[in-house]
Write a protein that binds this ligand. Structure first.
Ligand SMILES: NC(=O)c1ccc[n+]([C@@H]2O[C@H](COP(=O)([O-])OP(=O)(O)OC[C@H]3O[C@@H](n4cnc5c(N)ncnc54)[C@H](OP(=O)(O)O)[C@@H]3O)[C@@H](O)[C@H]2O)c1
Length: 267
């Protein structure tokens, strides 16, 4: 009975040859690097985001893999577009082994200068579009009787952090959302992964004017994600040292937690 405690929480995905993956948020950064790495590992990959030219350029940069790739541009905040995109991807690949949901925005904000338009747009993109994704994807995955969903959250969801009054809260919501999805879907044979990156050098973090501890390249992030998928981990967090430290801090009593974060972030 105890052996169950050590079993991976998700189906481990080790060999990508012949697997079908759909990456949403693949026109730059982590999603683009993951799409490249998966194509190189032999997967069939569908890539989505709004900028079709960037998606096509990504696929064109892998001339040997073109026949295994599919470009499906759409806006994830558009419910009807989700439906059409699902139909296109399932028609192209027949079945899908993994969908990675990574489209998001980040606007550093403080309580004293909130831009409500950006607040609403962040929740719409970072959170509400995830519900749309799950509403569209779950019946198809259940119909196939296999496949996994991977939600890209962030270690900034672990605890309140300076400048993250909007972004951090959306990512905290995603952590709870993904944990709850696990309860709903894992018993039905559907894998549910939570990807929690630390700082990665992408267009999203280019606006940060502070030193980012543990900063990784998108290629390193892709390697970490594939390693976590191969182990069947529920949460794939990286870089390990920084992410584990923040997780540990987030469990301290508030007095100590706030003091440590105040000192570390100089805020
Ligand atoms: N970089 C980091 O340090 C870091 C840390 C923790 C978590 N993350 C998370 O990792 C994920 C990827 O971020 P990244 O750093 O790689 O940022 P990025 O390079 O800015 O990528 C964001 C992606 O989301 C897509 N996107 C944005 N709005 C969209 C919309 N309405 N419809 C469809 N696609 C949309 C963008 O493409 P289009 O503009 O072409 O639509 C782009 O492909 C995000 O969930 C982010 O929150 C990043």
């Amino acid at each position: 009975m105890l052996t169950g405690l050590f079993k991976p929480l998700n189906p481990a995905i080790k060999d990508w040859r012949g697997r079908s993956v759909w990456i949403v948020g693949a026109s730059s950064g982590i999603g683009a690097a993951l799409a490249s790495a998966l194509l190189q590992a032999g997967a069939r990959v569908a890539v989505s985001a709004r900028r079709a030219d960037r998606l096509q350029a990504l696929i064109d940069s892998h001339p040997d893999c073109g026949q295994r790739a599919c470009v499906v541009p759409f806006d994830v905040t558009d419910a009807q577009a989700w439906q059409a995109a699902c139909e296109t991807v399932w028609q192209a690949f027949g079945e899908i082994d993994l969908v990675v949901l990574g489209a998001a925005r980040y606007d550093p904000q403080h309580a004293w200068n909130l831009n409500m338009q950006d607040v609403r747009a962040s929740y719409e993109l970072n959170v509400i579009s995830m519900y749309e994704a799950v509403a569209q994807l779950t019946p198809r995955l259940l119909g196939q009787r296999h496949g996994s969903l991977a939600v890209i959250g962030s270690i900034s969801g672990y605890t309140g952090l300076p400048r993250a009054v909007v972004y951090g809260a959306t990512k905290a919501a995603l952590q709870n959302f993904t944990e709850t999805l696990y309860f709903d879907l894992a018993p039905k044979g559907i894998g549910v992964f939570l990807i929690s990156p630390g700082f990665v050098q992408t267009p999203m973090t280019a606006k940060n004017d502070f030193e980012m501890p543990g900063l990784m390249t998108p290629d390193q992030a892709a390697v970490a994600i594939m390693r976590g998928l191969a182990k069947g981990q529920f949460e794939i967090r990286f870089p390990r040292g920084f992410a584990n430290a923040l997780r540990w801090i987030s469990r301290l009593p508030y007095r100590w937690r706030f003091a440590l974060l105040h000192r570390a972030t100089k805020q």
